[in-house]
Ligand binder design. Structure first.
Ligand code: PNS
Length: 160
């Protein structure tokens, strides 16, 4: 059974993330979407909020679970018995950091493979930072985030 982990910050989740989840769940048997809990990086949304948003948007997928992790991704993958990590690539600009992370992960644990899925062109411009930028100025984010989490994201920025 081909199980994969789709890791990320998801701060917040976007339609681009959902596109990767949706396409991954069609080609792999089981997808674990996992949020990095990074105590050294101040996130806009708490770990609970990010997990909750991901659970809302994946509620209809019976081969997708949502989880979170701390520490090294390869250690987490090994603990779960998963050998494939999937990452989304939007543009050449993503490549350098992703390539570096994939090589570090390969050094740390050669039995875990990183696979890349190219974003759909309609989401190539999209990132969590862009969503936060638009939302913080009161802009319309309905084209950028899944409808199930739209209000929650808007509310976060309403009083800032
Ligand atoms: O959504 P992001 O912020 O691009 O996700 C990055 C993430 C969480 C996948 C990456 O930072 C990660 O795997 N962090 C865990 C720490 C780790 O394993 N580091 C070694 C690879 S450089």
């Amino acid at each position: 059974m081909a199980k994969i982990i789709y890791p990320g910050s998801f701060d917040p989740v976007t339609k681009g993330h959902l596109d990767i989840i949706d396409r991954a769940h069609r080609v792999f048997d089981f997808v674990t979407v996992s949020v990095l809990e990074n105590p050294r990086k101040k996130a806009t949304f708490t770990i609970e909020e990010r997990v909750e948003m991901l659970k809302k948007i994946t509620a209809n997928y019976d081969n997708v679970e949502v989880d979170y992790f701390r520490g090294l991704l390869v250690d987490y993958a090994a603990q779960k018995g998963v050998k494939i990590v999937i990452k989304g690539l939007r543009a050449v600009s993503d490549f350098e950091l992703e390539f570096q992370m994939a090589l570090v992960n390969q050094k740390l644990n050669p039995s875990i493979e990183t696979l890349f899925m190219m974003t759909s062109t309609k989401y190539a411009h999209l990132s969590s930072s862009i969503v936060k930028e638009v939302a913080s100025f009161g802009g319309d984010i309905s084209e950028l985030v899944p409808p199930e989490v739209h209000d929650q994201i808007k509310t976060k920025f309403a009083f800032q």
